[in-house]
Structure formats: C-alpha cells, structure tokens
Ligand binder design. Structure first.
Ligand SMILES: [Zn+2]
Length: 193
C-alpha cells in the first residue's frame, strides 16, 4: 500500500508542556454545525481556547463565542452548577481540535465568560467520544487525544508486562502463588492470564 492511501485508524493530537500543567488547554475552532463532507462553503470558524474539563458532562461555549458566530439557539436547558440551577441557551456546533481532529454536531449550552479568556469548555461528551491520556513523565505534562476510541490504556497491564517480561506462558508464575496441589501456578493461569 502506498503512503498516500494509508489511513490511521484514528485522528489524534498531542500537546506537550515544558513543565507540569495545572490545567489542560488547547486551541479550538468553533462553528455553527455543518456537514464536513458537504461542498466547500461552510460557516465561519472562530478560533479560541478551550479548557478541557472532565467534571463537565456537556461541552459549553461562552455567550461571546455564540454572539461572534451569530449562532441560532436550538432551545434552552437547565444547567446545574455550584451556585444552583439556571436556564441557558443551547446550540449545535462543530468543534475543530488540533491536528484536524474534529467533533461535529455537538450540542452545547451557553455560559457567561469563562475566567482565563476561554471561548469554550470541552466536556465529557467530546472526551467520551475518544481516548484521552494525561501523563507527567519527567515533570512535563503531555496530553494526547484520539477519535474514535481505539484501545484501552491500562497502566496495571503495562506494569505487569514490564515485571513479567520474558516469562513463558507455561512457566511457574514468578509471584510464587501455589495451587491446591502445592505446586506453583503456571504464569498463564496467574499474572500472565
Ligand atoms: Zn502470579
């Protein structure tokens, strides 16, 4: 297969920080929802910053973002927050994440300005549509995200792979656990299972 016809099974981007990040922030484009496969005319895309928030069930855009794009409200929704409950306009938008990662047709609610000059909050509705990892190796935060979800990331499995590298499936498990017959259990029946 030539390189030109190869396609990765997911779209991804990676954000590397020079130190420990206290928040996850990315560039984001927001537009009125449209079909990306349709002809080239499409609504204006506003470039802004997004705060990634696993505590937000739903993504949010600011009143300013909605106003700058001239979005037409699709209705109202009740939003629960620290100060109680209030009614907010809703919109359907496309999100343009770094490196051509897209989240089209996201139903968002509107909020007042977000401290720190963010135009949007990326919530679990977008995060849950892909895989996300945050690592802090050598004191430097790296955030990586892909859509669609591709495979599980599990640090326990990784630890076991490192710990038990080179052990044959039928070897006695190095943890030394014994079966009812008093013999050490095979690796494949224990930590290699
Ligand atoms: Zn074991």
């Amino acid at each position: 297969m030539s390189l030109a016809t190869r396609q990765a099974p997911f779209h991804a981007f990676t954000i590397r920080h020079s130190g420990r990040a206290s928040r996850i922030i990315t560039d984001v484009g927001v537009s009125a929802a449209f079909d990306p496969s349709a002809p080239p005319e499409h609504p204006a895309i506003l470039e802004t910053k997004a705060l990634w928030d696993t505590g937000a069930t739903r993504s949010v855009i600011t009143k300013k973002t909605a106003g700058d794009l001239g979005l037409v409200s699709t209705g109202m929704t009740r939003v629960n927050h620290a100060g109680g409950t209030s009614n907010h306009q809703t919109y359907v938008v496309n999100f343009f994440l770094p490196n051509n990662v897209g989240a089209p047709g996201v139903s968002v609610s509107e909020c007042e300005d977000i401290a720190g000059d963010f135009g949007a909050i990326v919530g679990m509705d977008i995060i849950g549509g892909g895989d996300m990892a945050i690592t802090n190796h050598a004191g430097k935060t790296t955030m990586t995200f892909r859509v669609p979800p591709f495979e599980e990331i599990d640090f326990v499995s990784q630890a076991n792979r490192i710990l038990f590298a080179g052990i044959g499936r039928n070897d006695p498990c190095p943890c030394g656990k014994k079966g009812d017959d008093g013999r050490t259990i095979k690796f494949k029946k224990c930590h290699g299972g």
